[in-house]
Design a protein around this ligand. Structure first.
Ligand code: DOR
Ligand code: ZN
Length: 356
């Protein structure tokens, strides 16, 4: 048996408010515990999006009675909320500020770089900023971090050019950190046919699955990658297989077994894993310690990943049928046995908002 600290996932979409047929605070935080994640940070692209005091309350009021694990909620940067006031107390109640810089994400889209600058100027300096920015927009946001001399965290990097640029920026003292998702480490675009089973929507995710060369560059430059994050983005199979399939993969229940399998194969060490799933996210996002919290793993159990055994409401996984080695057997969160042998043992509402 291996005992790990409770894992922190800094990038999760739980769909509540607004799209609870995909996931809600109950099913999403259950999936987290089953995957060894005891604290998660949730993204603001819900319906409605979370971008001011009223919508933040909407998300937190939904979370409070339902969450099984600890959490904090991001605020989204939009075109109309660039005037953050640190004395209002609002930024401090959030996990951080999330900026969507190139893809279309409804009301949270920031087309114009003057809007990026406004957010950089008014969001309090000691609080985290996370950017969804790919390729050249990532280069642009790193320039802004340099100009304003403040840290920025790049979400889900997937390309060789991204990891190499981040490495070069850090060597010059720019305060940029980043995360990578398991699906960008274990899948390339060549795997799309196998994931799809004839339904191309199942291979859709943003950032897209990349080339084998990109995947190899991420592994080769793990030293420049601070965190592992799931980007857990649940959509139902009916949606993935229908017209206009939404991009996104679930990930909370597959991240740890996939990474433990890579540890078993000698691709990284347990220390590498703990650094990227506990120590670094806690530092980057200024998160509290969770006392009396740990994850027990049977490192010798080999089993297959099946969506039917999972807690997420979305009902599928791109890793269906994968053989993995290393199973979460028990999770203790703040002194309470929270998960054991496939069952969630803490009541909804046990989870705490770590920004309160
Ligand atoms: O694939 C994705 N799905 N990428 C994103 O950035 C958003 C996410 C979602 O919310 O479904
Ligand atoms: Zn995301």
């Amino acid at each position: 048996m291996i005992k790990l600290p409770g894992l922190i996932d800094p990038h999760v979409h739980l769909r509540e408010p607004g799209q609870t047929h995909k996931e809600d605070w109950d099913t999403g935080t259950s999936a987290a515990l089953a995957g060894g994640v005891t604290m998660l940070l949730t993204m603001p692209n819900t319906k409605p999006p979370i971008f001011d005091a009223a919508t933040l309350d909407l998300a937190l009021d939904a979370a409070h009675p339902k969450a099984h694990c600890d959490y904090a909620q991001f605020l989204g940067a939009g075109p109309d909320n660039t005037d953050w006031d640190e004395h209002s107390g609002l930024p401090q109640r959030a996990a951080g500020l999330k900026m969507y810089l190139d893809s279309t994400f409804g009301q949270l889209r920031l087309d114009d770089m003057t809007l990026w600058q406004e957010h950089f100027k008014t969001w309090p300096g000691e609080l985290p900023i996370v950017a969804h920015s790919e390729s050249r927009s990532m280069a642009a946001i790193i320039l802004m971090a340099a100009i304003y001399n403040r840290p920025v965290h790049i979400a889900h990097i997937s390309l060789k050019e991204e990891v190499l640029l981040i490495k070069a920026a850090r060597e010059r003292g720019i305060k940029v950190t980043c995360e990578v998702c398991p699906h960008h480490l274990f899948l390339s675009k060549e795997d799309i046919p196998a994931i799809s089973h004839g339904h191309p929507g199942r291979g859709e995710v943003r950032p897209r699955l990349a080339t084998k060369e990109d995947v190899e560059a991420l592994w080769a430059n793990l030293d420049s990658i601070d965190c592992f994050a799931t980007d857990h983005a649940p959509h139902t199979l009916a949606e993935k297989d229908g017209e206009n399939p939404p991009p996104g993969f679930p990930g909370l229940e597959t991240m740890l077994p996939l990474l433990l399998t890579a540890v078993d194969a000698g691709r990284l060490t347990l220390d590498d894993l703990i650094l990227r799933m506990v120590t670094n996210p806690r530092r980057i996002f200024n998160l509290p310690e969770q006392p009396e919290t740990w994850v027990e793993v049977d490192e010798n159990t080999t089993y297959e990943l099946h969506a039917a055994d999972m807690h997420s409401r979305c009902g599928w996984t791109p890793f269906e049928g994968w053989k993995v080695k290393g199973q979460v057997t028990r999770v203790v969160l703040r002194g309470s046995e929270s998960f054991k042998d496939g069952k969630i043992l803490v009541e909804p509402g046990y989870g705490k908002n770590v920004r309160e």
